[in-house]
Design a protein around this ligand. Structure first.
Ligand SMILES: NC(=O)C1=CN([C@@H]2O[C@H](COP(=O)(O)OP(=O)(O)OC[C@H]3O[C@@H](n4cnc5c(N)ncnc54)[C@H](OP(=O)(O)O)[C@@H]3O)[C@@H](O)[C@H]2O)[C@@H](O)CC1
Ligand SMILES: Nc1ncnc2c1ncn2[C@@H]1O[C@H](COP(=O)(O)OP(=O)(O)O)[C@@H](O)[C@H]1O
Ligand SMILES: [K+]
Length: 505
């Protein structure tokens, strides 16, 4: 799914109005009508509604919602915020209609003292500002936003299109924003919903299709995308009947050190579970029994050193379709030196994670030696060590995209919506996964998955998109069976089979 900017959403709106054709008044009626239907499906008429409206088209949506709820017998109070701006034409149209039938339900608020007392079980609808927000909210309007947020523990807050105060494409850090329980957003995810810094504001996001022009959507390009199952089904490659283990590639995993062999085992298991043909693991001598017993499907090469690895560059030759390096590896000087030698000779796309990334952040010139098309998988702290700090999440995404282009790498920045920067500048957000995956070892599993997919001849782009998806999907199945609390990284691996079955069989 493409993620459009506020300006592109306005264009989509105008294109639809011109080409469907449909009047802008009717498009508002259609869009807001969907919200009213959603509200009536989720809240019976025993809930009194308080609908706060600005004077633009977001406010117009609020007026349409009010009219529909009142027509259906709901108890509605419409709070019009009078902040001096000129009302939009569609707002005026729907205001007149509401005024004719339900004048008694309308209140004007021009000051925070006009904020109503809310009865128990009231539902607040935030139709103050949407994608037309053009400056931070200040003065008494900010007071209203705070008053609404004060109700958060007692009353449900449903935002229309955007929580008011939230900017669609730029950071809204340290500005007043509605904290909604639900956001009913039209047609598209907005970038703002996917940023960790906005975790507290949008609540559950529900995308309501409103029939914006499919032609505009298809032909307009965007930097940001959200992955979905349809996209994954175009990427997934079923195994072929006459194939053999050679068809699916021989991967080399370089991982583990004393006390961190678990990371290597988790990666190895995941690599095998996504279908790599063969897996060899380069591990320190102390890990030999651990690996052989834990994962009999993997072959082992032990380093000359007992506790960490420093000779893996001697192994890393063209026999291997790809290499995954980093989980539990340690950052000893000898390990760093072996990584430097490996990067000087091995030229196929590989997966670089954890301690291998930490080594790169200490020796940044090595970043230029990483084979083009390789996948780096930093969590936010590792990303900052590699590429420096950012003032906010939007700037960090811009940095992600810029570095992916500059280095011609895929950079997978982990999080709730893992963001994948591509060498062409595009950024894909992964839609699967849950907080149960915030547990040691989840990232090691991801490294194994990505390595296993690259081994099978998935292109780096296909591997990184599918890998992030199936990792999160398996995590979601694990959480559904076990709870987010009880699941472990090993349970992500156990659920990879069901994830493939559900998504692709
Ligand atoms: N996507 C679609 O296709 C469809 C979209 N639709 C809806 O349209 C919405 C966008 O509507 P929009 O463009 O009229 O802007 P909106 O968010 O109402 O804000 C404008 C108002 O806010 C004011 N204002 C802004 N910032 C302010 C501030 N900080 N402090 C104070 N005032 C501020 C601004 O005042 P001004 O600056 O002009 O004086 C003006 O009054 C969109 O989110 C969706 O809900 C549907 O109806 C139909 C299909
Ligand atoms: N709240 C969350 N929602 C979705 N995915 C999550 C969440 N928290 C963590 N994850 C995923 O779990 C993995 C954690 O990786 P990482 O931090 O490297 O863990 P570790 O180093 O312990 O293996 C990442 O793929 C990340 O996207
Ligand atoms: K809103």
């Amino acid at each position: 799914m493409k993620i459009f900017s506020a300006a592109q959403i306005r264009e989509a709106d105008a294109f639809t109005i011109a080409h469907e054709p449909v009047s802008s008044t009717d498009l508002m009626g259609r869009a807001a009508g969907k919200c009213a239907d959603w509200l009536m499906e989720h809240y019976p008429p025993s809930h009194p509604f308080y609908i706060f409206c600005g004077k633009g088209n977001n406010g117009g949506d609020g007026l349409v919602i009010a009219q529909k709820l009142l027509d259906e017998g709901y108890v509605v109070t419409v709070c019009l915020l009078e902040y001096g701006s000129k009302a939009s034409e569609d707002y005026i149209y729907y205001y007149r209609r509401l005024q004719q039938q339900y004048a008694g339900r309308i209140r004007e608020i021009a000051d925070v003292t006009g904020f109503p007392e809310l009865p128990p079980s009231a539902v607040i609808v935030d139709a103050i500002f949407g994608t037309g927000l053009n400056k931070p909210i200040e003065g008494w309007l900010a007071g209203v936003i705070h008053k609404i947020n004060d109700q958060h523990p007692r009353h449900t807050i449903v935002a229309i299109d955007m929580p008011s105060g939230l900017k669609a494409d730029t950071s809204s850090r340290n500005t007043p924003v509605i904290q909604a329980h639900h956001t009913l957003s039209f047609e598209f995810y907005k970038l703002a919903f996917l940023l960790p810094e906005n975790a507290a504001v949008a609540g559950q996001v529900h995308i309501l299709p409103i029939g914006l022009s499919p032609e505009y959507i298809t032909h307009t390009s965007t930097r940001y995308h959200l992955t979905d199952l349809d996209m994954m089904r175009t990427i997934y490659m079923p195994r072929t009947p006459f194939s053999h283990k050679g068809t699916y590639g021989h991967a080399l995993l370089i991982a583990g050190s004393r006390g961190k062999m678990g990371a290597a085992v988790l990666s190895a298991k995941a690599c095998i579970r996504v279908g790599a043909g063969l897996l060899s693991c380069h591990i320190p001598d102390c890990g030999y029994d651990i690996m052989q017993i834990s994962e009999p499907c993997a072959m082992c090469i032990t380093d000359e050193l007992p506790d960490h690895s420093a000779h893996f560059h001697e192994q890393a030759d063209a026999r291997y379709k790809t290499i995954g390096i980093g989980p539990g590896l340690g950052t000893a000087t000898a390990t760093a030196s072996s990584l430097e030698k490996l990067l000087a000779t091995y030229k196929r796309p590989m997966v670089i994670d954890a301690d291998a990334l930490n080594i790169l952040s200490v020796y940044p010139s090595l970043l230029y030696q990483v084979p083009a098309g390789s996948i780096l998988t930093p969590h936010p702290k590792e990303f900052e060590r590699l590429f420096g700090p950012s003032a906010n999440d939007v700037e960090r995404l811009e940095l992600l995209s810029k570095q992916a282009v500059r280095l011609q790498l895929y950079i997978l920045l982990k999080g709730r919506y893992t963001a994948i920067g591509c060498p062409d500048g595009a950024v894909y957000f992964n839609a699967t996964g849950n907080p149960g995956m915030a547990t040691g070892g989840s990232g090691d599993v991801l490294t194994g998955i990505l390595t296993g997919l690259l081994a099978q001849d998935y292109s780096p782009k296909a591997a990184v998109l599918l890998g992030a998806w199936i990792h999160g999907y398996a995590g979601d199945l694990a959480a559904a069976h076990l709870s987010q609390e009880a699941m472990s990284a090993a349970d992500i691996i156990s659920n990879l089979g069901s994830a493939f079955m559900e998504c692709f069989y």
